[in-house]
Design a protein around this ligand. Structure first.
Ligand code: ATP
Ligand code: MG
Length: 261
């Protein structure tokens, strides 16, 4: 059965999608079988994996509303296949924004994704879920099926404060819906070693969260920011860049942690 991870942080623009697509590509590069699920109506992880969200025939929306299975709705990107870093993609687009309302009266509405994943869990080593910047029904569906949450964060002054809401939500989901759930790690992203404050916050994080802070640090790197406009993860767009190296190292750290149990 695949290990399922949500990439979540209710704060916007902290690097969730960049982490999701580059970790997916990094894991594929080191031989892991990966399904990437885009749970954000913005569809950035879909576009950033080389799939045009406007042309999706089936998406995670259809899966949540049980009008399609994951087997029917998943797609692959030719560009990623050509680069030898392919992973399966369950895409999203604006249609997903309506799912929240349409699901209000449905039974087990927070367990829809979990249910759907049972059919394909054995086909993958990792399932990565890119969550929207909110603690909505969509994020809840992700948290309900996950073994763990990866929290990307920038080492800024309010970083720790922003974590409180997420930690509380995860505690509630764990108590009520998913006993497996835990924060498996905080990932320091967009790190700029020239900024003293970032080192200080980084040290604070380690003091507070200990081994929950991943060893790998993702640097601020313009190639990672440029890659989505080419419909590629940075790991594929410029494999020699510092950002790509960091995400491959992070993929290896995830594989090592996973096999350690
Ligand atoms: P949202 O909350 O809107 O979903 P997000 O948390 O998914 O945002 P991203 O879209 O991954 O965040 O990143 C926000 C912006 O920062 C993007 O323009 C992205 O290209 C850029 N970015 C992310 N990580 C890095 C990095 N390590 N170096 C440079 N730019 C980065
Ligand atoms: Mg995003």
């Amino acid at each position: 059965m695949a290990k399922i991870f949500c990439i979540a942080n209710q704060k916007g623009g902290v690097g969730k999608t960049t982490t999701t697509v580059n970790l997916a590509a990094g894991l594929a590069k080191v031989g892991q079988r990966v399904l990437m699920i885009d749970l954000d109506p913005q569809g950035n992880a879909t576009m950033g994996s080389g799939i045009d969200k406007r042309k999706l025939e089936l998406s995670v929306y259809d899966v949540l509303l049980e009008s399609a299975s994951i087997v029917e709705a998943r797609v692959q990107s030719d560009k990623l296949k050509a680069a030898g870093c392919s992973y399966d993609i369950l895409g999203a687009n604006r249609e997903l924004a309506g799912a929240e309302v349409e699901m209000v009266d449905l039974e087990r509405r927070e367990r829809r994704l979990k249910q759907a994943l049972q059919e394909v869990g054995d086909e993958y080593d990792f399932v990565l879920i890119d969550c929207p910047p909110s603690l909505s029904m969509l994020t809840l569906n992700g948290l309900c099926c996950a073994h763990g949450v990866i929290v990307p964060m920038q080492c800024e002054y309010f970083a720790l404060e922003g974590l409180t809401d997420l930690v509380n939500t995860i505690r509630q989901v764990k108590a009520n819906l998913n006993d497996d759930l835990e924060i498996i790690g905080l990932l320091r992203v967009m790190f700029d070693p020239r900024i003293t404050l970032q080192h200080q916050v980084s040290e604070q994080l380690k003091a507070h969260f200990g081994s929950k802070v991943f060893d790998t640090v993702i640097p601020r790197n313009v190639r990672l920011a440029e890659a989505p406009s080419y419909g590629l993860p940075g790991v594929v767009f410029d494999p020699a860049s510092k950002g790509a190296h960091a995400f491959v190292a992070f993929a290896q750290e995830m594989v090592a942690r996973n096999s350690a149990g």
